[in-house]
Design a protein around this ligand. Structure first.
Ligand code: HEC
Ligand code: HEC
Length: 509
């Protein structure tokens, strides 16, 4: 039941080398809060390694807690340990970078602005993440002084965004007719797309790889097929092996492809990893009182291609689609007081906070959303308004990505939402002459299709608490802004309490 608690405690026993402290005179604070000194101590003990791209201890035990804004997350590896000696942590190219330059355990296996800023300050902007190839706003930026570097890497520093360079594909239905790039670099040959690195954990649940699905390879002989179509895909392992190589050649500027052995080692490492929040300051352990949050439960969550497809249902069992995709916190709907909490005042507050998480989960599953103008849904089905919920799109049970590849345009790259730090591209349809403005054409740069402009995959929603800012372009600085986006975009009419409940739920993922 309290796996995380027990394992955290055993980490401390196993590794208690010099921890002499019993240093918490709780009572100094006016309001008691829920806390576990064992968790804090374990987090502090391993932070120097967990938050470093490389170096530190050669391995971290399973379930080492890492602190974040709302509490603690943890990583669980099926191998029982997070081995940091493999190629994922090695510099395989020429610029000093490894995969872990941009995919760090303590930062949710992605990167966060505060982590990037700290690396900048301790290295004067010379850490290998600060490289012209894709770290800077433009590959031609001046990086000769610390101050120049601060300007050159502003997107990375402010929003932890990497510049993904992709050109207009041959034979595309559209052409680029105007570029408004504040950094003076982008062209039809290479658009500058500022995107958040996706986590390299929880990958067993992926139905498609990269924001635009570009690493998900169509394979007529594949076994993962969208029902009723001829769209079949290569296995996740094949796809990832390929991705591993493109990442090394791209981000690390390796002159030659990496070996099959290295690819396999990296893919195996990543697909063994799971990460999630395990402890939230307001509600405590996410496994308390029979809740099924936390990373251990996540690691045994069932997933296969089409497990809960919104249109077709479960590909294997033929069960109909269920919008009740999130089922971790029903036990907290009417939680009785948790008698393991000694202080009566705190016990009441925790009970109320657990109820809020359960209400947030119910809203996520059931609060009606009138889905309009979403490319990939409304146009594909020719239905102007689809009555749905958050789980219409986030439908993988207890994981929250889409269970089959379905890039959608929910409007995040629209010109109307452009911020001055983003480039703006004007695209024209080659035959109709219609034009559209976007900050990122998304899927359309892979498929060449006009209708794919602005379409991105729905990412896995576990481990959110660690990895603000959200969306492909980091446009929501926190979970409140993410919820606010949906409320405005779809006219949901959420009350302040409902927004707070949704955030209370999302931060426990
Ligand atoms: C310079 C930063 C950087 C480095 C170094 C880097 N990545 Fe990434 N990674 C990203 C970005 C940015 C994305 C998202 C790009 C997109 O979708 O267009 C990403 C996405 C991914 C994804 C897709 C996950 C998903 O949910 O679809 C995987 C897998 C991945 N990276 C693995 C690796 C591996 C393996 C390495 C080392 C060989 C590596 N990355 C090195 C920045 C980086
Ligand atoms: C019409 C489909 C759709 C619906 C409905 C929907 N989402 Fe999303 N969601 C997406 C897509 C697509 C993305 C990725 C968009 C991007 O970044 O371009 C996303 C991204 C997110 C993210 C950011 C994750 C990250 O890693 O950055 C959060 C948080 C989120 N959704 C929460 C919600 C909540 C809460 C609701 C209900 C109020 C909801 N979504 C409803 C499709 C949808």
């Amino acid at each position: 039941m309290r796996n995380e608690l027990i394992i955290t405690a055993s980490i401390l026993i196993l590794t208690a080398c010099g921890g002499s402290s019993s240093d918490d005179p709780a009572g100094a604070a006016p309001q008691p809060t829920i806390a576990d000194p064992a968790l804090e101590q374990a987090a502090a003990m391993f932070a120097a390694t967990a938050f470093a791209p490389t170096g530190g201890l050669p391995a971290l035990p399973n379930l080492v807690p890492t602190a974040n804004e709302f509490g603690f997350a943890a990583t669980f590896s099926k191998t029982g340990v997070i081995d940091r000696t493999g190629p994922f942590f090695q510099s395989l190219g020429i610029n000093g970078r490894s995969c872990s330059s941009c995919h760090i355990q303590g930062e949710g296996w992605t990167i966060t602005p505060s982590g990037v800023q700290q690396r900048f300050e301790t290295t004067d902007g010379n850490d290998p993440i600060f490289r012209l190839v894709d770290g800077s706003n433009s590959p031609k930026a001046d990086v000769s002084t610390v101050e120049a570097r601060r300007t050159a890497y502003s997107m990375l520093l402010n929003k932890a965004l990497i510049r993904v360079g992709i050109g207009i594909p041959d034979g595309a239905e559209f052409e680029l007719v105007a570029v408004d790039d504040p950094y003076g670099y982008a062209s039809a040959k290479e658009l500058s797309l500022f995107r958040r690195p996706l986590p390299t954990a929880n990958m067993d649940f992926l139905s498609t790889v990269m924001w635009d699905g570009r690493e998900t390879i169509l394979d007529p002989a594949g076994v993962d097929c969208v029902l009723g179509t001829t769209n079949c895909f290569a296995t996740l392992h094949f796809t990832l092996g390929n991705q591993t190589n493109s990442a090394t050649v791209g981000h690390s500027e390796a002159p030659l492809p990496i070996s099959d052995l290295q690819r396999k080692a990296i893919v195996d490492f990543q697909t063994d990893l799971f990460t999630a929040q395990i402890f939230d300051r307001d509600v405590g352990y996410l496994t308390s009182q029979n809740a099924r949050g936390g990373v251990v439960a996540l690691s045994s969550e069932a997933f296969y291609f089409g497990i809960n497809d919104t249109l077709i249902g479960d590909y294997r069992t033929q069960a109909p689609f269920t919008p009740t995709a999130m089922k971790m916190y029903e036990a907290w709907t009417s939680a009785s007081p948790d008698l393991s909490i000694g202080n009566a005042q705190l016990r009441d507050r925790v009970a109320a906070a657990r109820n809020a998480v359960a209400r947030g989960q119910t809203l996520f599953n059931a609060k009606p959303i009138q889905i309009r103008d979403v490319k990939g849904l409304n146009d594909a089905l020719a239905i102007p308004t689809i009555p749905g919920t958050c789980t219409t799109c986030h439908n993988s049970p207890n994981v929250g990505n889409h269970s089959v590849p379905l890039p959608l345009d929910i409007g995040l790259a629209d010109a109307s939402r452009r911020t001055p730090d983003m480039p703006l591209y004007t695209l024209r349809h080659k035959t109709s002459g219609a034009t559209v403005q976007t900050t990122d054409p998304g899927r359309a740069l892979i498929s060449g299709k006009w209708n794919d402009i602005g379409r991105f995959k729905g990412p896995i929603l576990r481990g959110l608490a660690t990895r603000a800012p959200y969306f492909h372009n980091g446009s929501a600085k926190d979970l409140h802004e993410a919820v606010e986006f949906y409320d405005t975009r779809f006219g949901m009419g959420l009350t302040v309490d409902e927004k707070n409940d949704l955030v209370a739920f999302l931060r426990t993922l």
